[in-house]
Design a binder for this molecule. Structure first.
Ligand code: GDP
Length: 297
């Protein structure tokens, strides 16, 4: 069943932070995500991350790991939150230093605050002549958001997603902030987590990117995700490499579900295939009844 058993202190192990990048359009979210992805290819790996699967994990030079939700814009964040999924531990909010604190910046800030997720500001595009990071920090101060340079507690770092200036230091600050959160999960149990995105691939069938949040997902596990279910036939990381097991804070794409679950759907592993199937069909039935009802009203 889906009932969760409380973990004991001894079972809990430190896990990597899960980070979302948000901010106003054109302020550099995609550029930052791309830069981090390209810079942090694990030593000895060639080719780097080839597939866009909606999330990726990086291992920094010091061996620390961070999982990024690679769905820039807060649409994904709000869609997941609307479905009750609290996935993000930390938000990087990107602000272009040659612009200002814009409406979508403010929205991103309120989303993170409403979710109780700490913010690290990335003051971007400092390579530009028109960049004025201090003006941005002043605007933030006027909104009662005091960054460290201004005597406050909120982490912020000046960066250029184009040249890479300051990005390593930004990630250090993200890790510092994550340490304060004392993030832990039990890897030694059946996996639970959240769907990030899913699509139908012509050759491979339904491909679902999921984020394992607790436990360890293994090839061969029987999974229920929203209204879909199936045995995990194969799992791949962001490099398209096959993996056999995925622990807490690991994003993987899985093959084997009978449909495309929705972003924000929870997933659970079942010992009993029949139970998973019956819950999936009950959910499908409920969904049908609900849509009939909305059509009538
Ligand atoms: P998004 O809409 O927030 O994802 O923004 P993008 O990453 O697509 O960036 C918008 C534009 O700004 C693109 O033309 C980028 O090349 C440019 N850009 C992003 N970051 C930087 C930066 O640090 N410096 C400079 N000069 N340009 C940047």
């Amino acid at each position: 069943s889906i009932a969760e058993v409380e973990d004991t202190e001894e079972q809990l192990v430190t896990r990597a932070p899960i980070v979302t990048v948000m901010g106003h359009v054109d302020h550099g979210k995609t550029s930052l995500l791309d830069y981090i992805r390209e810079e942090n290819v694990i030593a000895g790996e060639s080719g780097g991350i080839t597939q866009h699967i909606g999330a990726y994990g990086v291992e920094l030079k010091g061996g620390q790991k961070i999982a990024f939700l690679d769905t820039p814009g807060h649409e994904a964040f709000t869609a997941m939150r609307a479905r009750g999924a609290q996935v993000t531990d930390l938000a990087i909010i990107v602000i272009a230093a040659d612009d200002d604190v814009m409406p979508q910046t403010k929205e991103a800030i309120s989303h993170a605050q409403a979710a109780g997720v700490p913010i690290v500001f990335a003051i971007n595009k400092v390579d530009r002549d028109a960049a004025n990071p201090e003006k941005i920090k002043e605007s933030l101060a006027n909104m009662n958001l005091l960054v460290e340079d201004w005597g406050g507690k909120i982490q912020s770092h000046d960066i250029s997603a184009k040249t890479g200036l300051g990005v390593a230091e930004l990630l250090e600050k993200v890790l510092l902030e994550a340490e304060l959160l004392d993030l832990k999960a039990n890897p030694d149990k059946q996996a639970t987590g959240t769907v990030v995105e899913a699509f139908l691939d012509k050759g491979r069938g339904y491909v679902s990117t999921i984020l394992v949040q607790a436990g360890t997902l293994k090839v061969g596990d029987y999974v229920l995700a929203g209204r879909t279910h199936g045995k995990v036939k194969a799992m791949q990381d962001e490099r398209g490499h096959d993996v056999q097991a995925a622990g807490p804070s690991t994003p993987v794409s899985i093959l084997g579900l009978d449909g495309a679950p929705q972003a924000g759907d929870k997933f659970h592993v079942f010992e009993d295939e029949r139970e998973a199937k019956s819950i999936a069909s009950r959910r499908t039935q409920l969904q049908r009844e609900q849509s009939v009802r909305t059509q009538k009203t």
